[in-house]
Design a protein around this ligand. Structure first.
Ligand code: FPP
Length: 258
């Protein structure tokens, strides 16, 4: 089966993105090296992935390493890369058992051969998963992906949101068109997007948690999902109205004159 024909079991499920922030501060507060925070963070990621399907989540995207994170100290970057490789190798079996399809998004040309091999093996082994699509963003920059998609679009006569989403999906190594996020969660107390899924977050509901990522729990994920369901998503419309576009009546007929 080709990647593009694969679909999660529930196409109507929630699409959630998480910016897992606060590992370094969590470790430093305990007098431990930052990498201890990342290791604890990886364990939390595992629990969150386990909890996601029962909360109605069908696509979960975790921001593991941004393209700007290459600017961190070499030691930390090396430890993170080792951690990602170990995570991929150890999680494959659980992912297969739980119906989780794993996909790594972002650039691949700056990753080591051994990490690339682990990525390819994990993606191939889990490609039949239909319960949850787990995307891990690695060497990912939303702006770079948008620029790359725009370059791929050059020369096209017509470009729609849908065809751009196809190009964006290709630019991100998604294996399918890029799709919207419903809910974006950021832990660690900061309230910013940090170049994560900018196009896909156009109408995402944002939930910010003061918790450092290693302290984040499935119960808090559930609370964020509940919060999402309490919110009214209007997409620019007024509640109770049909949402029919009024521009023609107002503009083309001169209906905006006093
Ligand atoms: C941000 O915290 C976190 C990262 C840059 C790495 C995220 C990685 C993991 C959670 C572990 C691996 C997970 C998977 C799914 C493979 P920070 O270091 O910026 O924290 P700080 O803001 O407190 O310094």
């Amino acid at each position: 089966m080709s990647q593009s024909t694969l679909r999660p079991i529930d196409p109507g499920g929630l699409r959630v993105g998480i910016i897992m922030d606060g590992n370094g501060r969590w470790a430093q507060a305990r007098g431990r090296p930052r990498v201890a925070g990342h290791r604890a963070g990886a364990r939390v990621a595992r629990r969150i992935v386990e909890a996601a399907p029962d909360l109605g989540i069908s696509v979960l995207t975790l921001y593991a390493f941004s393209s700007d994170n290459w600017r961190r100290p070499t030691r930390e970057v090396r430890s993170l890369m080792r951690l990602f490789r170990a995570y991929l190798r150890t999680e494959v079996r659980t992912c297969v058992e739980r119906g989780v399809r794993l996909r790594i998004l972002g650039r691949r040309d700056r990753l080591s051969a051994s990490l690339l091999a682990a990525i390819r093996a994990a993606e191939a082994a889990t490609s039949g998963g239909q319960k949850l699509l787990l995307r891990v963003a690695l060497d990912y920059s939303a702006r770079d992906a948008i620029v790359e998609a725009a370059m791929r679009a050059c020369g096209r006569e017509r470009l729609t949101r849908e065809s751009f989403a196809e190009l964006l999906g290709a630019a991100m190594n998604l294996g399918e068109a890029s799709s919207d996020l419903d809910l974006l969660i950021r832990t660690g107390g900061e309230q910013r997007l940090s170049d994560f899924l900018l196009w896909e977050s156009a109408y995402a509901e944002l939930v910010f948690s003061p918790r450092m990522w290693p302290d984040f729990t499935p119960a808090e994920l559930e609370a964020a999902v509940r919060e999402y369901h309490r919110r009214e998503r209007r997409f620019g419309r007024v509640p109770g109205e049909s949402g029919r576009e009024a521009w023609h009546e107002v503009c083309a007929t001169g209906g905006d004159r006093e």
